[in-house]
Design a protein around this ligand. Structure first.
Ligand code: SF4
Ligand code: ZN
Length: 524
């Protein structure tokens, strides 16, 4: 079947699927309108009812992609790797890494990962500790864990054979959802399916002026139907990557470059902006409010008012095409306050630092951190030094006193749903005081610490400590600057001198060992 013919047929088939509008109650007036209006013209506002438009959209998008796409290692792998098992594995790794993380950040991690574990078998043979170490700094640590679990499952249950269908990927790999399965299936296996990620949501909502809450089930299903309708059956992987590339490079969240957009002629929101501009300029010139003939027929959805895909909020001229998509207001981030202590001792080859390992399940599973305590709101003014001494004494079987603890500063770290502020102290232990009595504690040198499986928040803590502890190494100004930068990032969370004083003078609180290791929920 020729590409054009199959594309047209696919467009028609998908167009019919989309013609079915969601069931809802209508007022009598609306029902009457429906009887007298062509149903296809009404539904076409949020979809593509003409096969020629579908073909045009695909062609324009893919022509642009062929010229403008970025060369990325996983794209090269998807094209050049002839071993299908490795190809699926390579695309799966890239898709998991790209979730919530920008392309530029992922490239280095991806190259290192594929060099160390070029096959699913090699990854399955790695330890979780190695995986965490490799993932350190990339955030959302459960992703690395899931890849590792998935690789072990493929080796132990699927005889090392990666699933070969979208459905198989979805059902058999942990951490693989609808989008990831579709992306891997289309890119690595050329399976004909759309793939809807955040970039594609934005592009499709703008192209078809879908302004209802983009996280609602109705909009989600409409977007998947649109994506399945538009995907090029001859080049599904390229088409999906082109949609994502368009969202990342042209149809960006805050500065869309409509002037350079290959699918501008199909874009409802772009046309809507022009209609509004035309109307406004006519008003300014005092001309009667006549309709703009060319744009009138696509200006609005004919179901507007009852349509489940139209925006519920009024159009905002200042936003232009950014009126789409609409998301529900974000919940404010939870504020968390931590106490952390960098515990140092002298080693043969320089200083060493005490790290404790988080449990192997749950958030930040298996990662290493400085002894830390999560403060509940009612304990914000608890005596920091006493609390930390209690905790360290439990780990080390020492008898530290408060006077040995030095205040270092504060570190602020923003996670997806948490704003975390860590008040950092340090203490240097004497010889003989340094035998940890817990299995999940270890001493690491400064260089080993840089390589350890630690979260970015913990690395920030060490950076602050290091800049204050070694001001000559960094320069006095550098140390001060860093300390201030941490303090500046969230004024509300700063520890004022007054607060520090009150913290040091308020009542003490004995903590259990579990409480000592209870840390923030991070990056998930
Ligand atoms: Fe996005 Fe503008 Fe292109 Fe429409 S014309 S898809 S809003 S970049
Ligand atoms: Zn509508």
């Amino acid at each position: 079947m020729s590409r054009l013919r199959s594309a047209v047929q696919n467009g028609r088939r998908a167009g019919l699927e989309m013609a079915a509008t969601p069931k809802r109650k209508k007022s009598k007036t609306v029902v009457k309108d429906e009887e007298t209006t062509d149903a296809s013209s009404r539904s076409s506002y949020h979809t593509f009812s003409e096969a020629a438009d579908v073909v045009g959209f695909r062609t324009q998008l893919l022509n642009w992609y062929d010229k403008e796409k970025r060369e990325l290692p996983w794209r090269t792998m998807a094209i050049t790797e002839s071993d299908v098992n490795i190809r699926i594995y390579a695309v799966w790794v890239s898709e998991i890494m790209l979730q919530q993380t920008q392309v530029v950040t992922v490239i280095n991690y991806y190259n290192k990962w594929m060099k160390k574990w070029p096959t699913v078998q090699k990854l399955a043979a790695a330890t979780l500790e190695e995986v965490n170490q490799m993932w350190a700094g990339l955030g959302y640590y459960s992703r690395g864990r899931r890849l590792h679990e998935g690789a072990q499952k493929v080796v132990s249950e699927l005889k090392g054979r990666m699933p070969r269908t979208v459905d198989g990927l979805l059902k058999q790999l942990p951490g693989v959802g609808r989008y990831t399965a579709a992306a891997v299936g289309s890119i690595a296996l050329e399976q004909v399916t759309g793939a809807v990620d955040g970039n594609v949501i934005r592009v499709l909502c703008r192209v078809r002026a879908i302004g209802a809450d983009s996280t609602s089930p109705t909009v989600t299903e409409a977007l998947w139907s649109l994506a399945n309708m538009l995907v090029d059956p001859e080049r599904p992987g390229d088409f999906n990557q082109a949609m994502m590339e368009l969202g990342a490079q042209v149809c960006t969240p805050r500065a869309p470059s409509c002037g350079q957009c290959p699918v501008q002629s199909h874009c409802r929101s772009y046309h809507k902006v022009h209609v509004k501009q035309e109307q406004n300029s006519q008003k300014l010139l005092g001309k009667p409010d006549r309709k703009t003939p060319v744009l009138n027929d696509i200006e609005d959805c004919m179901d507007s008012g009852t349509c489940l895909l139209c925006p519920s909020e009024p159009w905002d001229d200042g936003l232009g095409v950014q009126n789409f998509p609409r998301k529900p207001a974000k919940k404010p981030r939870r504020v968390e306050r931590m106490l952390s202590c960098v515990v140092a001792r002298s080693g043969e080859n320089g200083d060493q630092y005490l790290l404790v390992q988080r449990p192997n399940k749950g958030l930040l599973a298996g990662l290493w951190e400085f002894p830390s305590i999560l403060l509940r709101e009612e304990n914000y003014s608890a005596k920091h030094k006493t609390t930390l001494c209690d905790g360290i004494n439990q780990i080390m079987a020492t008898h530290l006193t408060e006077s040995l603890l030095q205040y270092v500063g504060e570190v602020h770290h923003i996670f997806s749903h948490i704003t975390q502020s860590s008040v950092v102290y340090s203490v240097r232990l004497k010889e003989g005081d340094t035998q940890a009595r817990m299995e999940n504690a270890q001493w690491l040198s400064k260089s080993a610490l840089q390589e350890a499986a630690m979260s970015t928040g913990q690395k920030k803590i060490f950076k602050l400590y290091d800049s204050v502890d070694n001001p000559k190494e960094k320069g006095d100004k550098g140390g001060k600057k860093l300390k201030q930068a941490g303090m500046k990032s969230n004024k509300k969370l700063q520890t004022s001198n007054k607060h520090k004083g009150s913290a040091a003078n308020s009542g003490s609180r004995q903590r259990s060992l579990n409480a000592f290791f209870r840390t923030v929920k991070e990056e998930n």
